[in-house]
Design a binder for this molecule. Structure first.
Ligand code: F0G
Length: 372
């Protein structure tokens, strides 16, 4: 916690002040709110040659590289606000259920604020990097023999019985913070993209992004709204199927969710933006995952690649050929890539075979390296 003048000295030294200070007028904070920040946000929009060249028409596809947030995922945008408000409300502990990234972010921001954190995770179903984050930040990590949806139901009951703050995205401050992703995209592009593609799990993020665009539109900071494209994994696609999936299955563990908390928010975002929510197979997700790493040099976690996988699936069906733009300018498309690839190193190693170690022999190594 820092005083206002100390804070302004710190901004001076660091440049970007974090999402709360950058977007203070749009967020529910007052001068009395203690700002808990790790200087999250301001993530780059990286041009994707790999995706742009596969759209089947002139298009510029950008990756909003959310893995470059302090704990490696977009969750930090919402967590800075949720934890700041928890401190303002004199809470002493925070609680969440998580497929990994929420717990990593909650435990880091709680550590910074001096709050206790308790996280419930589905046993054996979160990526190693995320587990290591929650542990090292000092969270009480409780692995539960159940899936994420059951963990979420448990934390909701716990939060009703005990004076602790729930920091899942049903906490409205999480959504408020996460809407800044849309603000940044518009500020950098000077307009909203034509299409905005995003992975969908518990559906807080698509809800938040749409809220951000709508607010910028209402304030006339943008003149047009984007079309939202949400993508779930085929085995965990309740919004596509229109019913709860009791046993969600996908290699993209971050979005292995069968009963999203922000169900209605996602449906409104889809319908109000004249967009769609579709499913992508694990194979399509892994293809996009490798493509981004191999051709764009951008390493994301599998769930994050769902946005690009979905975009390429629509492109193959000719979806974008029919879209007209004024003066035939290229379509502008943003894909949110939500988390860093280093969160799940095991998946990367599983997808690419590592050859057996060799003796330190120049000829054997030259041969193995394909150098003749
Ligand atoms: N991508 C990643 C990397 C995620 O970790 C999540 C959600 C999503 C996409 C989907 O976002 O839930 O707002 O629709 N992860 C949560 C967690 C559920 O516990 O870390 P959403």
């Amino acid at each position: 916690m820092t005083t206002r003048s100390a804070r302004s000295r710190i901004w001076h030294a660091t440049g970007w002040p974090g999402v709360i200070e950058a977007y203070r007028p749009y967020l529910p904070v007052s001068p009395k709110t203690p700002i808990i920040t790790l200087l999250e946000g301001n993530t780059p929009l990286v041009f994707s040659r790999a995706a742009s060249s596969r759209l089947g028409r002139s298009a510029e596809v950008y990756l909003k590289y959310e893995g470059l947030n302090p704990t490696g995922s977009f969750k930090d945008r919402g967590m800075t606000l949720a934890i700041s408000k928890a401190v303002e409300a004199k809470s002493v502990a925070v609680l969440c259920a998580s497929t990994g990234n929420t717990s990593a972010s909650a435990s880091a921001y709680a550590a910074r604020a001096g709050l206790r954190s308790i996280v419930l995770i589905p046993a054996g179903a979160i990526a190693l990097g995320k587990l290591s984050q929650a542990l090292i930040h000092g969270a009480k990590v409780i692995a539960v023999e159940a899936n994420f949806d059951a963990c979420l139901a448990l934390v909701k009951s716990l939060a009703q019985r005990h004076p602790i703050t729930l920091v899942n995205s049903i906490n409205p401050y999480r959504i408020e913070g996460q809407k800044t992703c849309a603000f940044e995209i518009c500020d950098v592009l000077g307009r909203a993209p034509d299409f905005h593609a995003t992975p969908v799990g518990n559906a807080g993020n698509i809800t938040a992004q749409w809220k951000g665009y709508r607010e910028y539109h209402r304030l006339r900071k943008i003149s047009q709204l984007p079309v939202l494209l949400g993508f779930q994994a085929e085995g965990a696609a309740p919004l596509v199927k229109g019913r709860i999936v009791a046993r969600p299955k996908t290699i993209a563990t971050a979005i292995r969710i069968g009963n999203p908390a922000s169900w209605q928010g996602a449906i409104s975002a889809r319908d109000e933006s004249h967009g769609l929510i579709d499913a992508v197979s694990d194979r399509e997700i892994l293809e996009a995952y490798r493509l981004l790493a191999m051709e764009d040099g951008v390493f994301v976690e599998p769930a994050s690649a769902a946005s690009v996988a979905g975009l390429l699936k629509l492109a193959r069906s000719g979806h974008f050929k029919r879209v007209r733009t004024p003066g035939r300018r290229p379509l502008k498309i943003v894909c949110i890539v939500t988390g860093h690839g280093l969160k799940d190193p095991e998946r990367a190693i599983k997808s690419i075979r590592l050859a057996k170690p060799l003796p330190p022999s120049l000829s054997a190594i030259s041969k193995a390296a394909g150098l003749g």
